[in-house]
Ligand binder design. Structure first.
Ligand SMILES: [Zn+2]
Length: 252
């Protein structure tokens, strides 16, 4: 399996998965033209579309792609996006051209948000829930829901590669440094990311093991993050830390 980013819009990545069968799967194709061009270049037929959630920058290209290729469209059972053909929920497994993806329901950014986990590749397609150094905005769910969803992802093997849908890493890390200025792993990651971006390269996929050491939203229960949150809201309970840093990021 070969996994490549197709850049779209300002900072989206549509992930292209080349299967062993020589077909393609795309994740969250907001832009049909970008996908078509890449498939033509690589001489691939589109077999399936995976949808993590209903936002237009993740679903806008689906109609045109299915008209052109007749691909399967697999996405959340409770999605307000109307054109999902195979509706899936937590715990289900999807088989596509010899590869298996298990479905995790991770509401918070939206209520329909799911992730697709491919165990054989240790690859997680997590949409707008976890980014490198950050997490998605909580539009539809509660902070608690988002935290529980992120906690669920934390239990995956540390060797898991995360494939989020946006290149937000540099600005996320600027905020992460405000939360944990003394975190050495974070300083190392900042340097690595600056080098990648100065060469115009993606900072993704990222490694869960590294996110566990650097991403404040995966570290809401670590002493340094708790201390920074309590500096802002001294009387807050520990359970509120995630929400405090998410609100802080919105204002930063
Ligand atoms: Zn979104």
């Amino acid at each position: 399996m070969n996994i490549l980013p197709i850049p779209a819009f300002h900072d989206n990545y549509i992930w292209l998965i080349e299967t062993q069968a020589g077909t393609a799967i795309v994740v969250d194709p907001g832009d049909a033209n970008a996908v078509k061009q890449r498939l033509q270049q690589r001489n691939l037929a589109l077999s399936a579309i995976l949808v993590t959630h209903h936002h237009p920058d993740h679903t806008g290209g689906i109609d045109e792609l299915t008209e052109h290729y007749g691909a399967r469209v697999i996405g959340p059972a409770n999605s307000p996006y109307p054109n999902i053909k195979e509706k899936v929920t937590e715990g289900e497994t999807v088989e596509i051209d010899g590869h298996s993806f298990s479905v995790l329901h991770i509401p918070g950014h939206t209520l329909d948000h799911i992730a697709f986990y491919c165990e054989e590749e240790a690859a997680l397609f997590c949409g707008d829930t976890v980014f490198s150094g950050g997490c998605g905005r909580v539009f539809e769910g509660t902070h608690e829901q988002m935290r529980d969803s992120i906690d669920k992802l934390r239990t995956l093997p540390a060797s898991t590669r995360l494939y989020p849908a946006h290149e937000y890493t540099e600005s996320n890390l600027r905020f992460a440094l405000m939360v944990e200025p003394e975190n050495e792993a974070l300083v190392d990651r900042v340097n690595e990311v600056q080098a990648l971006r100065s060469r115009g390269e993606p900072t993704l996929p990222c490694l869960l093991e590294n996110e566990l050491q650097t991403n404040p939203f995966l570290r809401w229960d670590q002493p340094g993050v708790i201390a920074s949150a309590l500096e802002r809201e001294p009387s807050a309970a520990r359970e509120a830390v995630f929400g405090i840093i998410r609100e802080w990021k919105n204002q930063a």
